[in-house]
Design a protein around this ligand. Structure first.
Ligand code: KDO
Length: 330
C-alpha cells in the first residue's frame, strides 16, 4: 500500500517533491525546522532519533528554514511534501484555535508539567483532530525553554519592571496570532518576523528586541546585538514532533513503534540538554555585556493572565481544560 500511496501522489504530480519516498533501500524522513543545526532539538533528532530509525529510514533534516519557511511546515506535511517538523502550539492554533491554550503565557509551569499535559488524556482530542483533519501525528513534546524579554536597550535606557515599562517597545514575536497576542499581553508592541530574520533586525534596529529562552540567545548569538534580558519567564515554551500520518500508515507496526520510541527518546534527551543549558548560560551571556535581571514577575503574570480572560482565544478553549492543566502543575 505504500506503493499505492506513492502512485496516488505521483498521479497528482507530486512525484518530484521532497515528500517521504520509499525505495528498495527504505524510506526517507525529511525534517524541516527554522532552528539551527546546533539547536538542542535539532541535535536530539540527529543524534538520537536518526540512529534509532536508521534500520529502515534515512533522516534528512533541513535547518534554518531552508527547506520550508517558518510556519509553512505543517501544510507541507499535510500536502505530502514533508515528513516531519518541530512544530509549535502557536502554529497548530492557526488551524485549530483551541491549541492557543498551550501557547498562553504563564500556563505551563516547567518542562515536567509540559510532559504531564502532553501525556494526559486531555490531549487525546487535540491529537486526534490534528491527525484526522491535517494528516499530522504529534509524536512527542520537546522542551524549548522559558522565554524572556531580550532588548537592544541598556538597562539605563530602559529598565523593565512591569508591563507598563514595555509600552511602545517594538518586540519581535513569531508571526502568528497567538504570538502577537502574547506580545501585546506583555505590554509591548509586537512585530511579526520569521525567526531567521531576527538577528539582522536586532542589529539594524528594525526591532527593539525579541523573546526566546537563554539557549536560543546563545545559539543565535543574539547577545551580540542586545544589551539586556528581563527574566519574565512569560512562556515555558514547547514544541511537538510532528510526523506525516501518510508515512506513519505506510509503516509496519514494528516500524511505528520504533519511530514513536525514537521520538520520545529524542525529546527526553533534548529536554535534559536544554534544561542544563538554561541553568548554565547566564554567566556566559553576562560576560558578553548583556545585563540579566528579574523584573516584577507578579505584575507580569497578573497582567498577562488578565489579558486572556474573556479573549477570543480563550473562547475556543474546551470547558474546564485550563483547570485540568493547572491540576497537573506543581
Ligand atoms: C521563534 O521564532 O522565536 C521560535 O522560538 C518559536 C518556536 O515555536 C520555534 O519555532 C523556534 O523559533 C524555532 O524552532 C527556532 O528555534
Amino acid at each position: 500500500t505504500r506503493r499505492a500511496a506513492l502512485a496516488s501522489v505521483a498521479a497528482f504530480g507530486l512525484a518530484t517533491s521532497i515528500a517521504t519516498t520509499a525505495s528498495a533501500d527504505g524510506m526517507t524522513f525529511t525534517m524541516a525546522t527554522s532552528g539551527s543545526e546546533t539547536d538542542q532539538r535539532s541535535v536530539a533528532l540527529a543524534d538520537v532519533f536518526a540512529p534509532m530509525v536508521a534500520g529502515f529510514a534515512d533522516y534528512k533534516p533541513g535547518y534554518n528554514g531552508t527547506m520550508f519557511a517558518q510556519g509553512a511546515e505543517l501544510e507541507a506535511i499535510a500536502r505530502g511534501n514533508l515528513t516531519m517538523s518541530i512544530t509549535s502550539a502557536q502554529e497548530l492554533a492557526q488551524f485549530f484555535p483551541e491549541f492557543s491554550i498551550f501557547a498562553t503565557g504563564y500556563v505551563h509551569q516547567d518542562a515536567a508539567h509540559q510532559v504531564r499535559v502532553f501525556n494526559d488524556p486531555l490531549m487525546d482530542p487535540f491529537k486526534a483532530k490534528v491527525e484526522d483533519e491535517l494528516g499530522v501525528k504529534l509524536l512527542s513534546v520537546m522542551y524549548l525553554g522559558k522565554r524572556h524579554v531580550n532588548l537592544r536597550f541598556t538597562r539605563e535606557e530602559k529598565d523593565i519592571q512591569t508591563p507598563a515599562d514595555l509600552a511602545g517597545v517594538n518586540l519581535r514575536m513569531p508571526g502568528t496570532d497567538a504570538w502577537q497576542f502574547l506580545g501585546k499581553a506583555l505590554g509591548a508592541s509586537p512585530t511579526p518576523l520569521a525567526f531567521t530574520e531576527v538577528y539582522t533586525a536586532l542589529s539594524t534596529g528594525a526591532v527593539d528586541g525579541q523573546d526566546n529562552p537563554l539557549p536560543t540567545v546563545v545559539d543565535k548569538k543574539f547577545y551580540e546585538v542586545t544589551k539586556q534580558i528581563a527574566l519574565t519567564s512569560h512562556l515555558v515554551d514547547l514544541n511537538y514532533i510532528a510526523f506525516s500520518k501518510e508515512t506513519w500508515d505506510a509503516m509496519s507496526p514494528d516500524q511505528q513503534l520504533i519511530v514513536q520510541r525514537a521520538a520520545d527518546a529524542a525529546a527526553a534527551y533534548g529536554r535534559l540538554k536544554q534544561l542544563d543549558q538554561e541553568n548554565n548560560l547566564a554567566e556566559f551571556i553576562r560576560s558578553q555585556g548583556v545585563e540579566i535581571y528579574t523584573p516584577d514577575l507578579a505584575a507580569f503574570r497578573d497582567h498577562v493572565q488578565s489579558q486572556y480572560v474573556g479573549s477570543e482565544a480563550a473562547a475556543s478553549w474546551p470547558e474546564g481544560l485550563l483547570e485540568r492543566i493547572n491540576e497537573l502543575g506543581n
